[in-house]
Design a protein around this ligand. Sequence first.
Ligand SMILES: [Zn+2]
Length: 135
Amino acid sequence: MTYPVHKTDAQWQAVLQEKGAEPAALQVTRYAATERPFTGKYEAHWADGSYHCICCGAKLFDSHTKFDAGCGWPSFSEAVPGAIQEIVDHSHGMVRTETVCAQCGAHLGHVFEDGPQPTGLRYCMNSASLDFEDK
Ligand SMILES: [Zn+2]
């Protein structure tokens, strides 16, 4: 899979350090690791603004689509159109839908079909993959 934005691990690490990303950010975004629930900085973060890919800065979510799913990870009911690519994920003995940044391929989390109406979607994201921008 190739994406418009491509960098080596060392280059991504430099970008992440510059942005003050969480220590797990490289493992999460490039190797699909999952941060521990209730530990991410955006899990209980409700400010007005937008959430961007920590790697390439692409806008992924508006804060008004964020909701409290009680699962321990920041959850959104709707993504910015075209911002996210979905990939079927067979890891851990489950069939899930992985979500990655459409611009750089960064792993973001998974999307489930048990979210609130009208979308019925729950984008379950890692805080480490996100970068918040105040309105
Ligand atoms: Zn990205």
